[in-house]
Design a protein around this ligand. Structure first.
Ligand SMILES: *Cc1c(COP(=O)(O)O)cnc(C)c1O
Length: 364
């Protein structure tokens, strides 16, 4: 639809810039299997994310599946239900059991005070999510992980480029997964990466994303196919040149939203975190005893052709595939937020006039 405002809009380089980037591929005929573009993007991201080790994937989800497999985890994994389906699916598809921990009321990441009571002798890892780009309570999670000898894998799908006191977000825990899906702050059309501490994981991840092929005549793992191809990597190389500027443009939009909605009774915004360099990936608004409910606001915006998103609703523990064994009653805070939250449209070239129009509809 012509005038429809969607929750998000993919960042793209100029057409000519992308054509220039993929031109070589018509000379080399090397389209996938860790070619030049793949290697170049890997090196560039290592610098941008300020991490020591990185492996690229065809999407973030398979990256998460591979890192869980690569760590050879067993039993139960403590995680949040307030996230995208991918987080829990990656656990379950690895034959592991998700244990849902509630979130905190301030930034909607894992409530660290509720983790310990969920740990059993079967727990092998914690999988928190830097939801909306809000940084989890990294210090407390690390303390708990050390005490019980658990691995920590962060779902950093929303956290591209975020830094804590100058340290890249991908350096915390044992590993972090980033998503480069079309709707994320930085995209490779579809794509993703895993960053990690243990250098030994490099070879395992490489093999897992390439059928477990370890040599010309040896196959040593039951791997899958999760390689990022050259066209994806070329898109990433182009988009990476502009991502800082895109984030700056997002900041202006978020600043306007905050200015317009910030001091309204019944509208709850999340505070900026100390020492955190943000990426302005989402703008979640919680309607808490506001004159309209979340669903009423959603409908009012929709009537004007503006699509906000009930992100995340429903909660994962209420999904058809999980509700027999789980329930959102076990995570009351997540349940409360999920029924009141709306993420407002946000992308780098969203006009400030449109932002004002959205705010007017909400405040009217
Ligand atoms: C986007 C997303 C993923 C999955 O990433 P893909 O690249 O789309 O596979 C995982 N977790 C969260 C929280 C996400 O938002």
């Amino acid at each position: 639809m012509e005038n429809q405002i969607l929750p998000t809009r993919s960042s793209m380089p100029k057409f000519e810039e992308y054509c220039q980037e993929i031109k070589e591929l018509w000379e080399s005929h090397w389209l996938t299997n860790m070619g030049c573009k793949h290697k170049e993007l890997e090196e560039k991201l290592l610098k941008y994310l300020k991490t020591d080790n990185i492996t690229l994937f065809t999407n973030g989800h398979l990256g998460l599946e591979c890192i869980l497999a690569g760590m050879d985890l067993k039993g139960e994994v403590i995680t949040t239900p307030f996230t995208f389906a991918s987080t829990t699916h990656a656990i379950v598809r690895n034959g592991l059991k998700p244990i849902f921990c509630d979130i905190n009321k301030d930034d909607y990441t894992l409530d660290v005070d509720k983790i310990e009571s969920l740990i059993t002798e079967n727990t092998s890892a914690i999988l928190p999510v830097h939801v909306y780009g809000h940084v989890c309570n990294i210090k407390e999670i690390e303390k708990i992980a050390k005490k019980y000898n658990l691995k920590v894998i962060y779902d950093a799908a929303h956290a591209f480029g975020i830094e804590v006191d100058g340290v890249g977000i991908g350096n915390f825990g044992d590993a972090s997964m980033f998503s480069f899906h079309a709707t994320k702050v930085f995209n490779t059309i579809e794509g993703g990466a895993v960053t990690y501490k243990d250098l030994n994981l490099n070879k395992i991840l490489y093999d897992l994303k390439n059928f477990g092929i370890t040599g010309p005549e040896t196959i040593d793992y039951v791997g899958g196919n999760a390689k990022m191809n050259e066209f994806q990597a070329a898109m990433g190389i182009c988009n990476l040149r502009h991502v800082d500027n895109e984030i700056l443009k997002r900041k202006k939009i978020v600043d306007r939203y905050k200015e317009r909605l910030g001091n309204t009774k019944g509208i709850k915004l999340v505070k900026s975190q100390d020492g955190v360099k943000e990426n302005y990936s989402y703008f979640p608004v919680v309607f808490e005893d506001y004159k309209y409910t979340r669903d009423e606001i959603f409908e009012k915006l929709k009537e004007k052709n503006i699509m906000a998103r009930k992100y995340f609703y429903p909660l994962i523990n209420d999904f058809g595939c999980y509700k027999d064994e789980h329930s959102s009653d076990e995570t009351p805070v997540a349940s409360y937020i999920a029924s009141r939250v709306l993420t407002l449209p946000l992308y780098s070239d969203l006009d400030l006039e449109k932002v004002d129009e959205i705010c007017d509809i909400i405040l009217k």
